[in-house]
Design a protein around this ligand. Structure first.
Ligand code: FAD
Ligand code: SF4
Length: 475
């Protein structure tokens, strides 16, 4: 990389630099493998992209980031060729930068606030975050470690090793508290591990980022289900405070006839079988998955895109998205929709499944759908899909995957009836993340329902600050 003595571009020169695009595996190749699709910027590209940043005094991009990464500062260090400093700034503000650089919907967060957005395209903050985080993991000795505060003598339990729990655990450990992280599954990462496929987020990245937290002194105990192995009340007795980041793992069902047919999966089950149990790729997997020649996925969020692109990679000749609105309203990240289209995924728009149709042998044969049209905007601001009377259409499929979304996992709360929740099971908290139980905090999908990695991390960070104040008796 260039050193600090290089020519500092003038504002005019910065404005003349065009945006870089992310190198990727060709679509024809990648649709049959699970290797990462995006390859990362080259050092030369990263340097040019970093020089596009105008270092706005009002820092609007930082306001768009739920964990408030000092974006212009890390980009400035990168542009000056000081990668260790860029990495230190990033790692100080973000516990999982290599994850966020890959999966955050930057176009709706930091990059949506970038002053260059409407001129020639936002600065590629996500691309640069990924570049710096990956460089840091390849050069750990040059970056050094974050300093821990002296031991406070206080103990905190964290439930769930997803982005919310991992962030809270790291922040609390840095503040000198003794943290034990309890995870129900046999591995850490939450949705990052069992939901998001390796072609978007390699598992090695999760291992490295979790390893960094473990080196901060967090004790990780997997295979411990809070609400079964131990209750929340027991945690409250044994620890000075508790953070619950148990996520949203309970699928919302389609609630139509045929949901129990063979070959019908919820997205959670399908992705967990493939990502965690090796189904589809390993013939000896104890939890196989039906591969399917024609796979229909219901929904159009990130989860739906992950399912349909996984089905394609497992060998589906046709992989379909069935969605009740149109492509313009799809909630998935824009880049995932683009990548899916390039991989030959077909989008069937304005269709709402009303029945899953089966054979006499109990296997699924297809979907019966109601044709829809777009009406006036609903509460989400998107046009409301309305049925066109008597317009039904049949779609042939030998695997159907329901990717409608998830609700919070009820297990923990079932053994803690005093923990206030709303009618959909979301844990109620105040602005600091404190629940109805004093000393018990929560955040991430357990509070929001299905949201995003960076929002879960923002909650974990905010709650860690509040827990620290609580433990010091400041509130
Ligand atoms: P989780 O990640 O769900 O982690 C919760 C953890 O708690 C899990 O490991 C679970 O096993 C554990 N747990 C639950 N109950 C207990 C218990 N009783 N005891 C102990 N442990 C327990 N967001 C993005 O920003 N970008 C994306 O591209 C994106 N893609 C997605 C793709 C898929 C397939 C899915 C399902 C979600 C995606 N999301 C994406 C959403 C994002 O992953 C979640 O919002 C985020 O992971 C929530 O973090 P969390 O820590 O709250 O919960
Ligand atoms: Fe740089 Fe864009 Fe942030 Fe301005 S808004 S400091 S140009 S990243």
């Amino acid at each position: 990389m260039a050193g600090r003595d290089q020519h500092e571009p003038t504002p005019k020169e910065r404005l003349a630099i065009p945006p870089e695009s992310m190198p990727a595996q060709p679509a024809a190749e990648r649709q049959r493998n699970f290797t990462e699709v995006e390859l990362g910027l080259t050092p030369e590209q990263a340097m040019r992209e970093a020089q596009r940043c105008l270092h706005c005094p009002t820092r609007p991009c930082v306001d768009g980031c739920p964990v408030r990464v000092a974006i212009p500062d890390f980009i400035g260090a990168l542009a000056a060729g000081d990668l260790p400093e860029a990495a230190r700034i990033l790692q100080r503000d973000n516990a999982l930068p290599a994850v966020c650089g890959r999966v955050c919907p930057q176009e709706r967060q930091c990059q949506s606030r970038c002053v260059r957005l409407h001129r020639d395209g936002a600065v590629g903050i996500g691309y640069l975050e990924r570049f710096v985080a990956d460089w840091a993991y390849a050069h750990p000795d040059e970056v050094g470690r974050l300093e821990r505060a002296p031991a406070s003598g206080r103990r905190v339990a964290v439930v769930g090793a997803g982005p919310a729990g991992l962030t809270a655990a790291g922040e609390l450990a840095l503040r000198g508290h003794a943290v034990t992280l309890f995870e129900a599954l046999h591995d850490t990462g939450g949705v990052l591990r069992y939901g998001i496929p390796a072609f978007r987020l390699p598992k090695s990245i999760i291992d490295i980022e979790v390893g960094r937290l473990a080196r901060l002194g967090v004790t990780v105990e997997c295979n411990v289900i809070i609400g079964r192995t131990l209750t929340l009340d027991q945690l409250r007795e044994q620890f000075d405070a508790v953070f619950v980041g148990s996520g949203a793992g309970l699928p919302i069902l389609l609630d139509i006839p045929g949901e129990n047919l063979k070959g019908v999966y919820t997205a959670n089950e399908y992705l967990t079988r493939v990502n965690l149990m090796g189904a589809g790729m390993d013939p000896s997997s104890p939890t196989p998955v039906a591969v399917g020649r024609r796979v229909a996925v219901v929904g159009a969020g990130n989860t739906a895109m992950d399912c349909v692109r996984t089905a394609r990679r497992l060998g589906a000749e046709e992989a379909l998205i069935v969605y009740r609105r149109t492509r313009a309203e799809m909630p998935a990240r824009a880049v995932e929709i683009e990548h899916a289209a390039e991989e030959g995924i077909r989008f069937l728009e304005l269709l709402q499944p009303v029945e899953i149709v089966g054979e006499s042998d109990g296997w699924v044969r297809g979907l019966r759908c109601q044709r829809m049209r777009l009406g006036a905007p609903d509460r989400s601001g998107r046009p409301r899909p309305e049925p066109i009377p008597e317009a039904l259409v049949d779609i042939v499929a030998d695997v159907v995957i329901n990717a409608l979304g998830n609700r919070p996992n009820p297990l923990l709360a079932r053994t803690a009836p005093q923990l206030e929740r709303d009618e959909t099971g979301r844990i109620a908290t105040d602005a600091d993340g404190m629940t109805s139980l004093p000393g018990v905090f929560s955040g991430g999908d357990s509070v929001r329902g299905g949201a995003t990695v960076i929002n879960a991390m923002g909650d974990g960070k905010r709650a860690a600050v509040a827990i620290d104040r609580w433990l010091r008796g400041e509130d």
